[in-house]
Design a protein around this ligand. Structure first.
Ligand SMILES: C[S@@+](CC[C@H](N)C(=O)[O-])C[C@H]1O[C@@H](n2cnc3c(N)ncnc32)[C@H](O)[C@@H]1O
Length: 443
């Protein structure tokens, strides 16, 4: 780090760099497919949702425990109640209605929570509902509030829940779903904290929140997106040129190295900003697809259903063979994803030992994205199988493909992709994912 601390480097950095997503001289649109179509992220992200419910929730709960038991956070909620029983009671900030009539406006302890790379749709809302309900349960623990007290009587805390994503994200559909989310939470919570929501458009590689203002941040399935495709992999004259391919294959070490170094650069920016924004004791919860093996050639997915290096790559080759897309156009398209190995993240976090403590880092292997019987049923119906997985890919990258080759050819591209998957459905297997869970606390 050239003798500079991460925070110093942060101050020197050109912040506009993060928001530019240049690849072939154009702009990458790395947000998800919006709207209510079959391939919209909201409608097709069932595997991510299944993973949330089956694998992620318990880790998220652990992260919230760390937050709510951190002395710095507990202090926020401490009301000294010594006169009554000689003991300090944490987590109580109940005000009676008469407090509102006093001249001074009442103030409550406040928690700020953010979802980074929130997208829109069910996952986004499920994360928010889970975090908001679980936080309330934890904040109420230790409170001397009786069950008969109502929300009007008591406010334990105010929670600000912020949804953050790139400006191109479908914030409209997300915002439209917030009233029912909040109503659902109010219906379930015994004593609701007052909840406020908001949207923060911007890249998580850059600054998003004021300094020392954030208590908890979650980011799921988002941090494998790079801020850009490393320029050298698109440059014919570079030894790291990824000619003939749109995906990252482990057998091209120079390409892999270029992606790995872009990832490190991006993640360093991410951690620098979160180090600045999180309060002491604040917690970061990260879930991202990762590699199970340190060696870059280690397969990311079971080759029998590797959507990216298998079908997505083949669809591009077909488009080139049919003369619909030129070789050059294809070579100028690469997906800005990088799936790291946990060692890579750990080694980067060593640069931040003074500001972050890693509380958990766990690679979960073999995670399935659907109940097995549902996936088996899908496998037995090739057209449905092809449509589902083509839509799944489209939900993630259609805006990017459309940006690169235009609307008409992108429609042809995804139709080709669907028929490829349908044709080979009988050779496919249940898709398994490797995921990295990380919990980090701001020191
Ligand atoms: C696969 S979606 C994940 C959505 C959601 N968190 C979930 O678990 O379903 C990835 C999201 O990351 C967002 N994203 C990608 N790069 C980003 C960046 N640099 N800053 C903020 N969001 C980003 C995309 O726009 C997209 O909404």
């Amino acid at each position: 780090m050239g003798g500079q601390t991460p925070m110093e480097m942060d101050m020197n950095r050109d912040l506009t760099e993060e928001t530019k997503k240049t690849s072939r001289g154009g702009t990458y649109i790395s947000c998800m497919q919006s709207g209510g179509g079959e391939d919209s992220y909201a409608n097709i992200s069932r595997p991510q949702n299944f993973i949330f419910r089956v694998y992620t929730r318990s880790h998220l709960s652990e992260a919230l425990d760390y937050l709510c038991t951190s002395p710095h956070i507990l202090k926020l909620f401490q009301r000294v109640d010594k006169e009554q029983d000689g003991e300090e009671r944490p987590l109580v900030a109940a005000l009676s209605p008469s407090d509102f009539r006093s001249k001074e406006p009442p103030s409550f302890p406040r928690l700020k929570v953010a979802d980074l790379g929130c997208s829109h749709g069910r996952n986004t809302l499920d994360y928010a509902a889970y975090i908001l309900l679980e936080l309330q349960t934890r904040l109420l623990k230790g409170c001397s509030i009786t069950a008969s007290q109502t929300r009007e009587d008591v406010t334990v805390s105010e929670i600000e829940y912020l949804f953050s994503d790139l400006p191109e994200n479908d914030f409209n559909s997300l915002f439209r779903s917030l009233p029912s989310l909040l109503q659902g939470i109010a219906d379930q919570a015994h004593h609701a904290c007052k909840i406020f929501t908001g949207g923060v458009p911007g890249s998580f590689h850059g600054p998003l929140f004021p300094t020392s203002s954030l208590h908890f941040a979650t980011s799921a399935y988002s941090l494998h997106w790079l801020s850009q495709v490393p320029p050298e992999v698109l440059d014919k004259n570079s030894p790291a040129w990824n000619g003939g391919s749109v995906w990252l294959h482990g057998e091209r070490p120079k390409v892999m190295k270029a992606f790995a170094s872009q990832y490190r650069k991006d993640m360093r920016c991410f951690f620098q900003q979160r180090a600045r924004e999180l309060v002491k004791g604040g917690v970061l919860f990260l879930l991202l697809p990762c590699r199970a093996e340190l060696h870059p050639s280690g397969a990311l997915y079971d080759p029998r259903l590797d959507l990216w290096s298998g079908f997505f790559e083949s669809a591009w080759s077909d488009m080139v063979c049919q003369g619909i897309v030129s070789e050059e156009e294809r070579d100028l398209f690469n997906i800005p994803f990088y799936m790291c190995h946990e060692e890579e993240l750990l080694s980067l976090l060593e640069e931040f030992v003074d500001v972050f403590r890693v509380l958990k880092m766990e690679t979960m292997k073999g995670c399935v994205g659907m109940p097995t019987d549902e996936e088996e049923k899908l496998l037995e119906d090739p057209p449905a199988f092809g449509r589902f997985w083509a839509n799944f890919i489209a939900s993630l990258v259609r805006p990017m493909v459309r940006e690169h080759i235009g609307e008409e050819r992108s429609v042809q591209f995804f139709a080709r992709l669907e028929s490829l998957i349908t044709e080979r459905a009988n050779k496919c297997a249940i898709r398994r994912n490797t995921l990295l869970v990380t919990i980090i606390q701001r020191l």
